[in-house]
Design a protein around this ligand. Structure first.
Ligand SMILES: [Zn+2]
Length: 73
């Protein structure tokens, strides 16, 4: 069965640039019950994550691609 998700263009709250909320990412969000859209593009999200305290064994870029992919306020 098709997922029914289609890529959507969103505006990054940090840099103001458009970015694509991919079907895969939407499915990921839906599976985890996230009701809000991501607020940041990939590069800003990565930068945002770098500014957070991350476990040393988990680089920010890896976090983006794994279970930590979300865009908190
Ligand atoms: Zn951005």
């Amino acid at each position: 069965m098709e997922s029914g998700f289609e890529p959507r263009v969103l505006i990054c709250c940090d840099c103001g640039e458009e970015f694509v909320f991919t079907a895969g990412a939407q499915e990921y969000f839906a599976e985890r019950g996230f009701s809000e859209d991501p607020k940041r593009c990939k590069s800003c999200h990565t930068q945002y994550k770098k500014n957070q305290r991350l476990p040393h064994h988990q680089p920010a870029d890896a976090a983006y691609h794994q279970s930590d992919y979300r865009s908190p306020d």
